[in-house]
Design a protein around this ligand. Structure first.
Ligand code: PLP
Length: 444
């Protein structure tokens, strides 16, 4: 990597201090976490993550798409410090404070649609989804829910009932919520109906309207359809625009609410504030978390006023909307509006363009897709048969770590690129030259 000033790997990995921490972790921390490679973080600066042995990694996962403004952006750190020196907690459930109402006002203005919304604050993505489930049931007085195969909505029991990503996430936790039906996501590269996009007449949509709603799922009992406008953990899958348009019409006809889970795709990651905007899609409820506060735990749901009309006491959270997290979110949004949103759009185009060039060179890259800085590649054994190659995916992600690049998988055989929105061309070039090197090495 001579032409780039990063990454800098100084020890064998894991280094001695990292190995010591991992031994303690192995002894005392829940074994349910899924650490793929032994990265022990110590310090973060922009696009660089420094481990406890002084190794410097180029970070293309940003804490699972969370550190939207980069690690420890000085303005975010300042906003957090100022707020922490003033008021750390009071609980927005029982008290008022300025940053919470300011953030709600700002999110109302940003949300697609009429800007007559209300906001409920949570601590995480799963909690935002829980709030959306409760609100949809409360408002419609209906109980059924529809979600997608491949969806990830979180791991609390309500959110988990909607998650359809990996069996290990659900196995052993039954009974989950009743009345949840999972339907195929419009995943054109692997159409569940064996069709080809362009001549498929959206068979996946017809399955919902023409089969499920006619035979097994009375639409009048459905409270909400939960959809990720770009499926995240499922493999960074982008649906056709007309699918979302038709879904919106269908839901409208039956009085079903549409919940867009933008926990991963929201807050500028795709080059627009919300991924919904790429599709002119106007959901009834939007779920947010991850990148909203640059790394502090915060989530939110935004819904039109007439939908979020539940009475005092019906839902609340001690920590949700914590003042320090709200201050970080307000500063995050300011930075997004001052240029990071634009950067995400242009760097996303650059990244996806370069991934497409890489695809030409390496036949194991079956598909390149995404919007903005939510970009993914699908690793296959054979480009014609599209047979997935999860083993090779694991190998690439692992080798990248040892070469100083942090990336994560998604779906059974995809790799995601979700860098901070401050990413520059030199970072993209370095990242892709490492991937190129790995794929070339693996061919030999
Ligand atoms: N929804 C989506 C789309 C997600 O990607 C995630 C997390 O990856 C969640 C919900 C759950 O968020 P959290 O881990 O903050 O509970």
């Amino acid at each position: 990597m001579a032409q780039f000033p990063f990454p800098k790997i100084r020890t064998k990995l894991p280094g001695p201090e990292a190995a010591r921490i991992i031994r303690t972790d192995d002894q005392f921390v829940s074994p349910s976490y899924t650490r793929g490679y032994p990265c022990v973080a110590d310090t973060g600066r922009g696009m660089i993550l420094i481990d406890v042995d002084g190794n410097e990694f180029l970070d293309f996962c940003a804490g699972i798409a969370v550190c939207s403004t980069g690690h420890c952006h000085p303005e975010i750190v300042k906003a957090i410090q100022n707020q922490a020196a003033k008021l750390i907690h009071m609980s927005g459930t029982d008290f008022y404070y300025r940053v919470q109402s300011d953030l709600a006002k700002k999110l109302n203005a940003l949300a697609p649609g009429l800007h007559k919304n209300r906001v409920f604050f949570t601590n995480s993505g799963a909690e935002a989804v829980e709030a959306a489930i409760k609100l949809a049931r409360y408002k419609t007085k209906r109980s059924r829910l529809i979600a997608y195969i491949g969806a990830f909505h979180g791991r609390t029991l309500g959110a988990l009932s909607l998650t359809g990503s990996k069996i290990i996430q659900r196995q052993g936790f039954a009974p989950l919520l009743q009345g949840v039906t999972h339907i195929p996501y419009p995943y054109c590269y692997r159409c569940q109906f064996g069709k080809k996009y362009g001549s498929c007449n959206l068979e996946c949509f017809a399955h919902l309207e023409g089969i499920l709603f006619q035979k097994t799922v009375p639409p009048s009992e459905v409270a909400a359809i939960f959809i990720e406008p770009i499926q995240g953990e499922g493999g960074y899958v982008v649906p056709p625009k007309e699918y979302l348009a038709r879904l919106q019409q269908l839901a409208g006809r039956h009085g079903i609410l549409i919940v867009a889970d933008e926990v991963q795709s929201g807050m500028g990651r795709t080059g627009k504030m919300f991924a919904c905007e790429h599709f002119d899609f106007e959901p009834d409820i939007i779920c947010l978390a991850k990148g909203i506060a640059s790394g502090l735990p915060l989530g939110a749901i935004i819904a039109r006023k007439e939908i979020m009309d539940w009475p005092p006491g019906s839902h609340a959270s001690t920590f949700g909307g914590n003042p320090v997290a709200c201050a970080a979110a307000l500063k995050t949004i300011e930075l997004l509006e001052k240029g990071l949103l634009e950067n995400a759009a242009s760097m996303g185009k650059y990244l996806i363009g370069k991934l497409k060039l890489l695809q030409k060179k390496h036949p194991c890259i079956g598909d390149v897709r995404g919007r903005g800085l939510m970009a993914g590649i699908e690793i296959v054994k054979d480009r014609k048969t599209r047979e997935p190659d999860p083993g090779l995916r694991e190998k690439i992600v692992d080798m990248a770590f040892y070469k100083g690049l942090l990336i994560l998988g998604c779906g059974p055989n995809s790799i995601r690129f979700s860098p901070a929105l401050i990413v520059e061309k030199q970072h993209v070039d370095c990242c892709l030259s490492i991937i190129d090197g790995i794929l070339t090495q693996l061919k030999k």
